[in-house]
Design a protein. Structure first.
Length: 316
């Protein structure tokens, strides 16, 4: 970086006819310019100027060096201007990494509207439920569920995560609605298995003493959230879904909620690298997603599931 600054001082000294004039133009002292040129000459081990009490003149080597130095300075300035313009304009490629189910159900339906607003932005989208190092893979933006511990990243909370105990109307008409967690083991269950660990996600309930975990059964085990919801909708058993997975099936009345919504300590986050200057193309995408999700009834502290109607045990 010091070498680049010295090149700029060198070109300015030549263009303004001396150390004093260059210093006045740049808002520096003449001694700063003089010492800088001395450092440059020492670094090159070449004399660039013939110095007199009033003027400086380029040596033959200095004249040759000026051609390259001027070209480098011009190209660097042009590049900086182009980069600044790109950073300040909503254009260019944005690399996004999305969790599979949340990405499909929540984010993909919003992207057509975003591209209509910002046609000069190109979206490069990948889907992955496993941990992805977004810095290593040069990803601009990801959405994650759970908790964030990486201090290199910035996380903006889109919503908490609410869990909903669900069943299909035809299953409940045949088997009834459990009135408490003690009756869970009397029912068939569709359970979710984490791909990375192979661990089953427990069924949680609040019996008045805080959240408790249960393992009531596992007639069907799947590692895909949308399949989990679909098998429940087919009447193959009860299941517990995060609100973002349950939403579309509840809207279509393929499943119904059979217990009060449970809020976990986790959330859904918009995550991006910590930067002093966030590119506008990334900023507008983040703000757009937040605004659209808020229109859907979710925010940092709430989800639409808070207003969900619960089917009681007496009226399956």
């Amino acid at each position: 970086m010091d070498k680049l600054n010295l090149l700029k001082l060198f070109v300015s000294t030549v263009d303004h006819g001396g150390f004093t004039a260059a210093a006045n133009h740049l808002g520096l002292s003449a001694s700063t310019i003089s010492k800088g040129m001395a450092r440059l000459e020492d670094n090159l081990n070449i004399k660039l100027f013939h110095r007199s009490t009033r003027q400086v003149h380029l040596t033959d080597a200095g004249a040759r060096y000026l051609v390259t130095a001027r070209r480098v300075a011009i190209e660097l300035e042009q590049c900086e201007q182009e980069l600044q313009q790109t950073n300040d304009q909503p254009c260019g490629k944005v690399k996004i990494n999305l969790p599979v189910s949340y990405g499909r159900l929540y984010v993909l339906p919003l992207l057509q509207g975003f591209i209509e607003l910002y046609p000069d932005i190109e979206l490069d989208i990948s889907f992955n439920d496993s941990y992805v190092d977004i810095l290593e893979q040069s990803i601009d933006l990801t959405i994650r569920t759970g908790r964030l511990d990486d201090q290199r990243l910035v996380a903006r909370k889109l919503s908490p995560i609410d869990f909903i105990l669900c069943g299909a109307p035809k299953y409940l008409a045949k088997h009834g609605v459990p009135s408490c967690a003690a009756e869970y083991s009397q029912h068939q269950w569709v359970r979710f298995k984490y791909r990375q660990s192979g661990r089953l996600m427990p069924i949680t309930a609040d019996e008045g003493n805080g959240l408790e975990s249960y393992d009531p059964g596992r007639q069907f085990v799947v590692d895909d959230g949308e399949v989990l919801a679909e098998l429940c909708a087919q009447g193959l058993g009860l299941t517990q879904l995060p609100h973002f997975l349950a939403r579309d099936w509840l809207k279509r009345k393929k499943i119904v909620a059979i217990a009060p919504v449970l809020r976990s300590g986790e959330g859904v986050y918009c995550v991006y690298p910590k930067r002093e200057f966030l590119p506008v193309k990334v900023k507008v995408l983040i703000e757009y997603l937040i605004a659209q999700i808020e229109q859907g009834g979710e925010s940092t502290y709430q989800t639409w599931a808070e207003k969900l109607t619960i089917v009681s045990p007496c009226h399956p």
